[in-house]
Design a protein around this ligand. Structure first.
Ligand code: G4P
Length: 276
């Protein structure tokens, strides 16, 4: 991780604006713990990506949460290109002060430089590809720019670094780790899937009653492990004979959740709004 941090520190020196990409289903857990330190002195924009999968009511709470901290936040589905205009407009607005300062100093036509950063799997490359598809030109090496850096010129005013900054998650927060495994941002091979599946079941029953009943046609009462066994029965997850395959049921549940088949679900509230 020190290598990632060094790279990030190097790249961030080249930009005016840090675009922090978070997963809208877990905006807190997908946030890098050192982001404020890394982004010190930079203009900031937050993108809450995969908002097609997250809860609309909580989406609004999260954008308000960031706005209260003075950081503009946009909801995004990075796979579609129709929000690119909104992002460039937000960048222009956030950096208006810089552009004005440049103009007063007689510096004309110096575009705002931006980079996208976030933890793995949050959608950074998807967004950069969407941008690259729309780019006016791709610019190569330029004097004063580290060799090998490529910039995607979005319009006269904005250039985006074509490689994302890869950030690390909150390793020392077990809850964050568990939620990241629920959304599939940690590779499943290294996980016992039953634990995140059981935690997800607990959360769903509490926050999204009827989501399980609707999807699997099961009764939601009883112990959590009983719910998992009902899902196993309803989906035919058996080992030999009648023995239930909990691992398979856990995978099926997590896959359904990750694909939005249980509905639009957000796993976290902004800290101040838990009771809302
Ligand atoms: P990264 O660079 O931050 O590591 O993430 P990347 O763009 O590779 O995206 C990770 C996965 O998330 C990809 O799926 C991508 O399609 C998906 N994704 C990105 N943005 C969104 C979004 O706004 N909504 C939804 N629902 N999915 C999004 P994948 O399964 O790994 O690849 P693919 O099979 O979709 O190509």
């Amino acid at each position: 991780m020190t290598k990632a941090k060094r790279q990030m520190q190097e790249d961030i020196r080249l930009v005016d604006l840090l675009i922090e990409m978070l997963d809208a289903r877990v905006p807190s857990s997908s946030r890098n713990p050192d982001i404020n330190e890394l982004g010190k002195g930079k203009y900031r924009l937050v993108l809450l990506n995969k908002a097609d999968l997250s809860d609309e009511r909580k989406n609004r709470q999260w954008t308000q949460y960031f706005e209260k901290q003075g950081i503009q936040a946009l909801l995004l589905d990075a796979r579609t290109r129709n929000q690119i205009k909104d992002i460039t407009a937000a960048i222009r607005e956030i950096c208006a002060e810089k552009s004005e300062r440049d103009r007063r100093r007689g510096i004309l036509n110096r575009p705002v430089r931006a980079m996208v950063a976030g933890i793995p799997n949050v959608g950074k490359s998807t967004l950069i590809n969407s941008f690259a598809g729309r780019a006016v030109t791709k610019t190569g090496n330029k004097p004063g720019v580290t060799k090998g850096k490529q910039w995607i010129r979005l319009n006269k005013e904005v250039e985006l670094l074509d490689t994302p900054g890869i950030l690390w998650p909150k390793f020392d927060d077990p809850m964050a780790g568990e939620r990241l495994s629920m959304i599939g941002s940690i590779r499943d091979e290294i996980l016992n899937l039953e634990e995140p599946a059981l935690s997800l079941l607990d959360y769903l029953r509490q926050e999204y009653p009827k989501a399980l009943a609707t999807r699997y046609g099961i009764d939601e009462d009883g112990q959590t492990v009983t719910i998992l066994s009902r899902i196993a029965v309803s989906r035919g997850c058996f080992r030999k004979g009648e023995e239930l395959d909990y691992g398979k049921a856990a995978r099926l549940l997590l896959d359904d959740f990750r694909q939005g088949k249980l509905g639009r679900i957000t796993l976290e509230y902004p800290e101040t709004d838990k009771t809302d």
